[in-house]
Ligand binder design. Sequence first.
Ligand code: HPA
Ligand code: ZN
Length: 326
Amino acid sequence: MNALEYIKKVPKAELHLHIEGSFEPELMFEIAQRNKIEIPYSSIGELKKAYQFGNLQDFLDIYYAGANVLIHEQDFYDLTMAYFKHCAEENIVHTEIMFDPQTHTKRGVAFSTVINGIQRAREDAERQYGISSLLIMSYLRHLSEEDAFETLQQSLPFRHLIKSVGLDSSEKGNPPSKFRKVFEASVKEGYIPVAHAGEEGPAEYICEALDLLKVARIDHGNNCLTDPKLVERLVEEKMALTVCPLSNTALRNVDDIKNHPLKKMLDLGLQVTVNSDDPAYFGGYLTQNYISCIEALDLSLEQVKQLVRNSFQYSFLPEEMKEKFL
Ligand code: HPA
Ligand code: ZN
């Protein structure tokens, strides 16, 4: 079997996926219509044409605008269920889903509306497709730490449904150190800390995420490659990096998939995984991320097997569940 045949069939896990980033234009138009919300594009085609990004902020502006049409619990259910359908088609058997409560609570949508819709979809996906999932509540780093504390408070009645806390949105100028206290408080509540770091921001932000936020995984982490000492540390500590190849090219952090550092990262001994990040915006779900890398970087079957093993190894599944896939 070659690497392409293998990746299409094998059971896989996804560790870096923003549910709001799986919002396909077709569903966005449907929900906008039923909620009687205007979107500033006349057709699905016109909306898709806007998906040309020069950097992370260009993308975030459109991503937050798209999320504006999500109002009711059913909207969050439909959004999440649509992603699980993709998982079922691609044999993604476990997924760790990030959601951004502040994107919705800031617009007057209750925390409970968001999480109840997502949770109902998780239960249906487990029942219908046998897909296991968990939730990563992500704080928006362009907002204040005080605002993140408010979100932490709002999450407490739903603590049993949330496994982990993350940090996303505009990285430059919003270092992990800004959120040290709220991460400390989140860990006290039992949440496992992760953070986006080194996507657009410097290697220093990865060090801060490790030292100050005590993260269990780094989301992206590509810019560690500018600091050989940090690479050495990440290898030694077996710190997982959730790399998102098609996101990196769509946001121009990598100029061409042929120049993506994934293979180099594997060769250096970094514990990397492949993920889709925001598949509705970046041109591919998880399997397509693997396929693009296999084709552009000539990954071997053994390397692809390693990436798939890593996706389970560095998941937050209980050890006995991981073992089924390792
Ligand atoms: N980076 C930072 N924040 C995000 C992303 C991303 O790729 N996707 C959704 N929020
Ligand atoms: Zn992300």
